[in-house]
Design a protein around this ligand. Structure first.
Ligand SMILES: Cc1ncc(COP(=O)(O)O)c(C=O)c1O
Length: 427
C-alpha cells in the first residue's frame, strides 16, 4: 500500500515536471518565477501579455482582455499612453540614470516639487517599489525620534487587516496572516490601533491606509476611525500606494479623512503605471530634524540605487500633466458613478456576501461556501477564470473579486465587466 502511494506520488511529480517542461519548451516561460503564483497551475503559463493599449491587454493568442485590476492598481491613464511613452523615450536619450546618493538631477527635482505642491508636504525621497518606500518611511520615523533624543520611540502601530508590502519592515507592519506567518522569525512586533495608548512615550509612528485596505479585499475603513489620530505625538504615516492618484475620487484618499500625514508614501500609479517608482514624502518639520553638521550623523541612513531615476521621474511628470490635460479626476468621479449604478443589484445576488467600494476601488466578496470549487481552483478563482475567458482580467483576493479599472475606462467596459460577472455567478 505504502509502495503504491509512493509510486502514485512519483507519477504525479513526473506529470507535473513534464507539463512544466512542455510549457517551457512551447512558450519559453519556465525561467520566469511569478510572484504570489503557484507555478504548477496552468494559468501561470497560459497568460502571457504581449501588448497593451488603453484599458486593454493583448495576450499571445490574440485575445483582448479588459484590465479590470489596472495591473494590480498601477495603470491610471491606460496602457502605453503615447504622452508617457514619449516622455520616457526622450529622457532615455538625455540622461538615463545618475545616482541620488549625494547628487541630484532636474527631473527628480521637478517631480519632488510637483508632488509636494500637490500634497502640501515638504520633501520627497524616491525608491522603486512601494514596499521600499514604506521601509523608508519607517526608518525616517525611527531616526527622526533618535535625532530628537527620544530613541525610546520605536513601536509602530497599524490598522487591523493592514498591508504595506513584502519586505521585512513593511511585512512587520502588515496584518495578513497568510502572507506573514511563515516569516515570523524575521519580522518585528507591531501593535493594532485601538489596542495601545497613543500617548505612550515609546510609540514612534502610526501607519494607515486611508479609507481602503486594498490587499485586505478592498476593506473600507470609516473616516471616523482616523479621528483618534488627530493631534497625537507619534508620527502619522499615510500609505497611499494603492489609493493614491485618483482611485478613490480625490487625488489622495487622505483628503477625504480628518488627517494630515507627517509621512506620505506613494507608488504604483505614480508613473501612470508605466515604470517602477515610489516616493516617501515628509513635512518640513521632519526633514529639518535630519539637518546638522556631517559628523553629527543626523542625515538619513537609507537609500536605493535607482532612487530618483530620471526616466521613471519623467514618466511620473508626464502622468501628472495628463491629470490636468485629460481631467482625470473628473473622469474618475464619473467612472465611480457608473460603477455604483451596477453594485446595488449585485448586492442582492445569493452568491454575494458583501460589496465594498470607494471611488473606483471595488471588492465583491463571495459566499464561497455556496460555490462549487473546480479542480484545484478556489470558488473565487473559478469565477475569475470564467471572467478571463469572457475577456476580463482580474485576480481574486481570498473570496473577493476585485474591480479596480484604469481611470480611463469607459462606461461600456464597466457594464461589460459586471454583465460578465453576473453571467459567471449565474441566476
Ligand atoms: C497599501 C499598499 N502598500 C504597499 C504596497 C506594496 O507595494 P509594492 O508591491 O510596489 O512593493 C501595496 C501593494 O499592493 C499596497 O497596496
Amino acid at each position: 500500500m505504502v509502495r503504491l502511494r509512493g509510486a502514485a506520488l512519483l507519477l504525479a511529480q513526473g506529470v507535473r515536471r513534464i507539463r512544466r517542461v512542455q510549457a517551457t519548451v512551447m512558450l519559453g516561460t519556465g525561467h520566469h518565477w511569478l510572484p504570489f503564483t503557484q507555478m504548477n497551475a496552468p494559468e501561470a503559463h497560459l497568460r502571457r501579455f504581449v501588448r497593451g493599449e488603453g484599458s486593454w491587454l493583448y495576450d499571445e493568442s490574440g485575445g483582448r482582455l479588459f484590465d479590470a485590476v489596472s495591473s494590480i492598481w498601477t495603470t491610471i491613464h491606460g496602457h502605453c499612453h503615447p504622452r508617457i511613452a514619449e516622455a520616457i523615450a526622450k529622457q532615455a536619450h538625455l540622461l538615463d540614470h545618475a545616482t541620488s546618493l549625494g547628487a541630484s538631477n532636474p527631473v527628480a527635482e521637478s517631480l519632488a516639487a510637483r508632488l509636494c505642491a500637490l500634497t502640501g508636504m515638504g520633501h520627497a525621497i524616491f525608491a522603486s517599489d512601494g514596499a521600499s518606500a514604506v521601509e523608508t518611511a519607517i526608518k525616517i520615523a525611527l531616526q527622526y525620534w533618535q535625532n530628537l533624543g527620544q530613541s525610546q520611540r520605536t513601536r509602530i502601530v497599524r490598522l487591523h487587516g493592514s498591508y504595506h508590502g513584502d519586505t521585512v519592515g513593511a511585512m512587520s507592519c502588515s496584518n495578513i496572516a497568510l502572507f506573514n506567518e511563515r516569516f515570523s522569525a524575521i519580522t518585528f512586533e507591531t501593535f493594532e490601533l485601538g489596542s495601545v495608548d497613543l500617548t505612550s512615550e515609546d510609540i514612534a509612528a502610526v501607519i494607515v491606509e486611508p479609507l481602503v485596505q486594498a490587499a485586505a479585499g478592498m476593506r473600507t475603513v470609516s473616516r471616523h476611525r482616523y479621528e483618534m489620530l488627530v493631534g497625537m505625538t507619534p508620527l502619522l504615516i499615510c500609505d497611499e500606494i494603492a489609493t493614491g492618484f485618483g482611485r478613490t475620487g480625490t487625488m489622495f484618499a487622505f483628503e477625504q479623512a480628518p488627517i494630515r500625514p507627517d509621512l506620505l508614501v506613494l507608488g504604483k500609479g505614480i508613473t501612470g503605471g508605466a515604470l517602477a517608482l515610489s516616493a516617501t514624502l515628509a513635512t518640513d518639520r521632519l526633514y529639518d530634524a535630519f539637518l546638522g553638521d556631517y559628523l553629527e550623523f543626523k542625515h538619513l541612513f537609507h537609500g536605493h540605487s535607482y532612487a530618483g531615476n530620471p526616466i521613471a521621474c519623467a514618466a511620473a511628470l508626464a502622468s501628472l500633466a495628463l491629470f490636468d490635460e485629460e481631467h482625470t479626476i473628473v473622469a474618475a468621479l464619473s467612472l465611480a458613478a457608473c460603477i455604483r449604478r451596477r453594485l446595488d443589484s449585485l448586492r442582492l445576488h445569493a452568491l454575494v456576501r458583501d460589496v465594498r467600494a470607494v471611488g473606483t476601488m471595488v471588492g465583491v466578496e463571495l459566499h464561497a461556501e455556496r460555490i462549487e470549487p473546480r479542480g484545484s481552483l478556489t470558488p473565487a478563482w473559478r469565477i475569475a477564470d470564467g471572467l478571463y475567458r469572457a475577456g476580463h482580467f482580474t485576480r481574486p483576493i481570498g473570496d473577493v473579486i476585485q474591480f479596480v479599472p484604469p481611470l480611463c475606462a469607459r462606461e461600456e467596459q464597466v457594464d461589460s465587466f459586471f454583465d460578465a460577472l453576473t453571467v459567471e455567478l449565474g441566476p
